[in-house]
Design a protein around this ligand. Structure first.
Ligand SMILES: [Zn+2]
Length: 379
């Protein structure tokens, strides 16, 4: 999913809205304003139907946001960085990049969202029961009470990576003691759940509820896709844990002088068939790293400024101070994680304080392609 429009920052977490969200918001407002509320309350004015529909839909998404915040706050408490929360057409998603480190932590993080939805649902139902007039206010409370319980129930389906599936994985992980096995089994259960949703959705579509049925088929398809992708990601992480960075990194093939012109640098990169070269002259006192993409990126985005020919390698390189580093003996999974956490593409690899190579995402992907190891999830 692409990035959305940032609307707020809560507890240091960026809240964004994906463009697809506006479409679903309009659909929900329309269906509440022309279907749900008129069917239950027959003596409101048109303005009242629409007003209540808009408020209810916005509060529904506020509730979804609170659900995601619950996941995120538990993650932050556990020391796991949260990149942000995005609202999109299926609801909300919190970008929690790191997997939990124990079944108990995973269960807490996964359970927090549905628990919050149940608390919200119960509270709104209580308000709707206690406050009976004005009727429009009660209608909003009752709707939010029920819809939050629906959100909780849906997320508790054991279709990994839905919250219920994560709880299931945590349980299997606790019993079997192995994260990869637990992920594999949770992925298999998710496939069963997803097929169930799709079959039921197909039945609904054929027996009169076309939109609702197709929606369920679509959700089932999303569950299958995302559970398989999560499993593949888990296998990747596990495989990279077994490999030291030294085995995956690109070794230094030569050096570029700081004063070298860009054309000269490009020739050097091509001749040495290197994607990146260190700038300087020795591994202990290197100045920085320059890559083909640094030079080609320059041509794309530049409209003014010094011409290509007057720039030197030292002007364009990522200098030593700004170059994140990692130890050659660390597992390759650490490199992947560091690049994801810091939103960077490249790390300098050091051995005993000396520059010995560099590693980037392409290098890691390529290693995985050349050394296929994990079995694919059985659906
Ligand atoms: Zn959730």
């Amino acid at each position: 999913m692409g990035r959305g429009i940032r609307i707020a920052r809560v507890f240091g977490i960026d809240i964004s809205i994906h463009p697809s969200w506006f479409i679903i918001l309009l659909l929900i407002v329309w269906s509440l304003g022309t279907g749900t509320f008129p069917a239950i309350y027959d003596d409101w004015s048109t303005v009242q139907y629409w007003l209540v529909a808009v408020i209810s839909a916005l509060l529904l998404f506020a509730s979804v946001l609170v659900h995601e915040l619950a996941h995120s706050l538990v993650a932050l408490r556990q020391g796991t960085p949260v990149k942000g929360i995005t609202l999109f057409f299926l609801g909300g998603v919190a970008s929690i990049e790191r997997e939990a480190t124990s079944p108990g932590r995973e269960a807490l993080m996964a359970g927090a969202g549905p628990l919050m939805s149940i608390v919200l649902g119960g509270s709104f139902l209580g308000l709707g029961w206690a406050i009976t007039s004005p009727e429009v206010l009660q209608a909003i409370f009752l709707y939010l009470g029920l819809i939050n319980l629906v959100v909780a129930a849906f997320n508790l389906l054991p279709g990994f990576p839905l919250d219920g599936g994560r709880l299931l994985r945590a349980a299997i992980w606790a019993i079997r003691g192995d994260f990869v096995t637990a992920t594999r089994d949770a992925t298999r259960v998710a496939a069963v759940i997803a097929v169930g949703l799709m079959v039921y959705g197909g039945y609904m579509a054929l027996t009169g509820n076309l939109i609702g049925g197709l929606w369920l088929v679509f959700i089932g398809w999303i569950v299958i896709q995302s559970s398989q992708a999560s499993y593949a990601q888990t296998l990747t992480q596990e495989r990279l844990k077994q490999v030291p960075i030294r085995r995956v990194m690109a070794r230094l093939r030569g050096w570029v002088a700081p004063a070298a012109g860009l054309d000269e640098t490009e020739v050097e990169l091509a001749e040495l068939r290197a994607r990146c070269l260190p700038v300087g002259s020795d591994p202990e006192h290197y100045d920085g790293l320059i890559c083909r993409s640094d030079i080609s990126g320059l041509d794309d985005g530049r409209s003014s400024g010094p011409s290509h020919t007057s720039l030197t390698a030292a002007d364009v390189m990522v200098d030593r101070e700004h170059m994140p580093t990692i130890a050659a003996s660390d597992p390759a999974s650490e490199a992947w994680q560091a690049m994801t956490d810091q939103k960077i593409d490249r790390l300098a690899v050091l051995d005993d304080g000396k520059l010995v190579g560099f590693i980037d995402r392409r290098r890691l992907s390529r290693y995985l392609e050349l050394h296929p190891g994990g079995q694919r999830p059985a659906a």
